[in-house]
Structures are given as C-alpha cells and as structure tokens.
Design a protein around this ligand. Structure first.
Ligand SMILES: Cc1cc2nc3c(=O)[nH]c(=O)nc-3n(C[C@H](O)[C@H](O)[C@H](O)COP(=O)(O)O)c2cc1C
Length: 162
C-alpha cells in the first residue's frame, strides 16, 4: 500500500500535521510519501491520497488548491481523505468544523472518504502582515497530536479494509 500525504503550508504547522499523519500510516504498514503539494509530479503510482491545507482567510493554502485542481480527474477514482488546519483556539478539538467551500466541492468531486479540521499554530515571532498582528493576540499551538493520530488511525483502518 503506497500512500501520498500532500500538504499546503506556509508557516510549517500543516506540514507538521502531514508528518504526524504519515507516521501513523507508516506504523500501520503503509509505505508513505509526505510532500509539499506543489512538488508532486504524479499520483498514479499511489493507492490512496491524503491532502491537507492550511486555512488562510477561509481558503485552503494555494498549493493544496493547485494540487486538487491539477489532479482532479485522477482523484475522482482513488481513495481520498482531506484535512484542514486551522483555528487558533480549541474549537477544532471541541467540535467538528466543516470544510470551507472549495474543500466541500473537492470532497464531492473526489468522493472523498473523509475530512477533518484540526487546530492550527502561529508562533509568537510570525513575520509579515497580518500574521505578526495575529500572533500578538493568538500565538500558540492548537494542533492536538492525539486527535491527528486518532484520525490517521481511522484512515489506516479504512484503507486496509479496502
Ligand atoms: C493571515 C492569516 C489568516 C488566517 N485565516 C484563517 C482562517 O480563515 N481560518 C482558520 O481556521 N485559520 C486561519 N488562520 C490560522 C492558520 O490557518 C494557522 O496559523 C495554521 O496553522 C497555519 O498553517 P501553516 O503553519 O501550515 O501555514 C490564519 C492565519 C493567518 C496568519
């Protein structure tokens, strides 16, 4: 079983989640590539795809958007899971946060088997506008590794069940 975890991340938080998902899938026996979405050159060699995107102004990171557009046709005939990240508070751990509009469309088009929103992260020294201003108020890490691992475990079970 060969699985691709492709991610769109600007400040590294979503990359970290993709790596946690990849590690959990590996421990279930899958062979996993975790890659920035923009660097993926083909997906035909994979048995399943996980796509994750950071949320910026209620949109998925541009690399995740590029990926789902570029591979739209292939994704429609493969097992696909999606994740988003993320709210800078504990809301994602307390309730299911539905996908943003584009992700909802991708779910429909790719017949995705699932979507989850994980909390996000912003570090106190985030640079640029408006990240630096947001960091002053909201600096912290709400990514909840247990929740990420639990989700990835479910993906693995679903995958191996066929
Ligand atoms: C300018 C800006 C806009 C953001 N907009 C959203 C948003 O609309 N929804 C959300 O849940 N999180 C939002 N966030 C929080 C990010 O999604 C969060 O920091 C995430 O972990 C960033 O991922 P990355 O480190 O992979 O780039 C925003 C953060 C910044 C800096």
């Amino acid at each position: 079983m060969h699985v691709l975890v492709a991610y769109g991340s600007k400040m590294g938080g979503t990359k970290g989640i993709a790596e946690m998902v990849g590690a959990e899938l590996e421990s279930s026996g899958a062979h996993v590539d975790v890659m920035p979405a923009r660097t993926v050159r083909e997906i035909a060699s994979y048995d399943a795809i996980v796509v994750g995107g950071a949320l910026y102004s209620t949109r998925w990171h541009k690399d995740a958007r590029w990926f789902v557009k570029r591979y739209k046709r292939a994704l429609a005939s493969m097992p696909v899971w999606l994740f988003s990240s993320g709210p800078l508070d504990d809301s994602a751990s307390k309730q299911d946060i539905p996908p943003v509009r584009l992700v909802k469309n991708v779910m429909r088009q790719s017949h995705a088997r699932g979507h989850v929103t994980f909390g996000g992260r912003i570090s106190a020294d985030a640079k640029g506008f408006p990240a630096a201003a947001m960091a002053k108020e909201k600096a912290g890490d709400w990514r909840d590794p247990d929740r990420v691992r639990m989700w990835a475990k479910q993906v693995a079970e679903d995958l191996h069940a066929g």
